[in-house]
Design a protein around this ligand. Structure first.
Ligand code: GLY
Ligand code: MN
Ligand code: MN
Length: 444
């Protein structure tokens, strides 16, 4: 299935090239393959920048953009066709496929890159390249530049400037096109179904990994190759470990379970968290914390719109959560003073969200010229306040300890406000209890 139409990749390359200075070159390698153990590889995931500009899914490839080059501006180095290797590892596009199916103007075997790339760099003043991302490739690039330097006496001109490619590219990636929003909506729908399935399956006596299995079942059914990040399935006090990853503890009657999990489709991530009771009914303390987190999320969603700045959503959650913690008796004092002293951080220690896109914590600057970024249509982000009462917090009555709640949705800024992409999972106490109770009576 083609989710991002081919012409969109060409448009992206053109937009990038229009911003490059005259007489420059951009170089971007595909993600390297990683060995997991001995001869077993990790599942291959293309580099997001490379995927964004090429749509080319293979490893061992290098994209080169040379604006104004008469023989073609887009050059792709990639693996040659090889019947023997393809029999074992799967089909390759080869150079013909790179041109025919992926829009390259020119394509060369990756094994010839040492001979060809120095000639393409030679005479270009500026190289756009992400130094420090792929260390092994950094070294090779310096070797190629040194080849040119060694021929300076014959008139060869080495580049004089290296500029971070991400500076231009990541600003482009921050603004999602209609096609990108569509893929993110689909990834969110699949992920939402996964959360519903996990809620329906939950009951005391199972383990966290049983619910992880339910999530992964829906991800794969929805066509996703992999989760967008390591799934967090955290029961009871494990919810207070922000990036909990063991996922092997038992689900106990009376505990909450926090699930932060979502899939990626064609390298576009979703990111959802829901927190619900293992037995299907919130206790009064769980409900009080839950509804406070929900109220803070609603306050954040209300200030996500064009013209608002990035930090307003976070500030809204801080205010609601601090005031609510005072009302519940978990914090004591004046709300403004508690905000100023960051007292809420004992319970709410992370930000309300992050940019979302091809990377779950997506690229894009949060500040411009020292000021929080002003939101514009097409920017996508998460809204994910939480309250975590440490099991070891001796300053609060025992009944609150070990309760961890996060609620996370994904939104994209629209002309009027924002669209919630992840609305397919129940969120209010009543909705969650109704869904879980219906699942129980069906199972009975
Ligand atoms: N799932 C990682 C996060 O919520 O930021
Ligand atoms: Mn998350
Ligand atoms: Mn997140």
């Amino acid at each position: 299935m083609i989710r991002i139409p081919k012409p969109e990749y060409a448009r992206r390359r053109k937009t990038l090239m229009e911003q490059m200075v005259p007489n420059s070159i951009a170089i971007l390698p595909a993600a390297p393959m990683h060995i997991r153990n001995r001869d077993v590889e990790h599942v291959y995931r293309q580099d997001s920048d490379f995927q964004y500009l090429t749509g080319f899914p293979e490893p061992e490839a290098v994209m080169v953009l040379i604006p104004g080059r008469a023989h073609g501006e887009y050059v792709l180095f990639c693996r040659e066709r090889d019947p023997e290797r393809e029999l074992w590892d799967g089909l390759r596009a080869g150079q013909e496929g790179a041109v025919r199916d992926f829009g390259a103007d020119d394509a060369f075997p990756i094994n010839d890159i040492d001979d060809i790339l120095p000639g393409l760099i030679e005479g270009r003043e500026r190289v756009y390249y992400s130094i420090g991302t792929h260390v092994e490739f950094d070294r090779r690039l310096m070797d190629w530049v040194n080849v040119i330097r060694s021929k300076a006496r014959q008139g060869a001109q080495p580049p004089s400037e290296f500029v971070a490619l991400g500076h231009l590219l990541h600003d482009m990636r921050l603004y999602k096109s209609a096609a990108e929003v569509k893929v993110m909506r689909e990834a969110s729908e699949v992920s939402a179904r996964a959360h519903v399935r996990a809620m329906q399956a939950a009951r005391p006596g199972l383990a966290e990994y049983h619910l992880e299995a339910e999530l992964e079942y829906e991800f794969r059914r929805g066509g996703a190759k992999m989760p967008a990040y390591g799934s967090i399935v955290a029961a009871g006090r494990n919810a207070c470990i922000l990036h909990y990853r063991e996922n092997d503890a038992p689900l106990k009657d009376g505990d909450l379970i926090l699930i932060d999990a979502a899939c990626e489709l064609d390298c576009y991530a979703s990111d959802i968290t829901r927190t619900f009771p293992v037995n299907g009914r919130f206790s009064p303390e769980q409900k009080a914390i839950y509804e406070l987190v929900l109220k803070s999320q609603e306050a954040a969603l209300a200030v996500i719109a064009p013209g608002r700045h990035w930090n307003e959503a976070h500030e809204a959650t801080v205010r609601v959560i601090t005031a609510g913690l005072v009302e519940l008796g978990l914090l004591q004092g004046d709300v403004d003073a508690l905000i100023a002293s960051e007292a809420y951080k004992a319970f709410y220690m992370h930000r309300a969200g992050h940019w979302l896109g091809m990377d779950v914590h997506d690229v894009g600057d949060y500040k411009v010229g020292g000021e929080w970024r002003v939101l514009e249509p097409g920017m996508a982000m998460t809204v994910e306040p939480g309250i975590y009462v440490s099991p070891d917090n001796q300053d609060v009555p025992k009944k609150w300890r070990g309760i961890g709640v996060r609620i996370e949705d994904d939104v994209v800024v629209t002309r009027e406000g924002c669209e919630i992409l992840t609305g397919g999972v129940p969120k209010t106490v009543a909705e969650i209890e109704a869904l879980m109770s219906a699942a129980r009576s069906e199972a009975a």
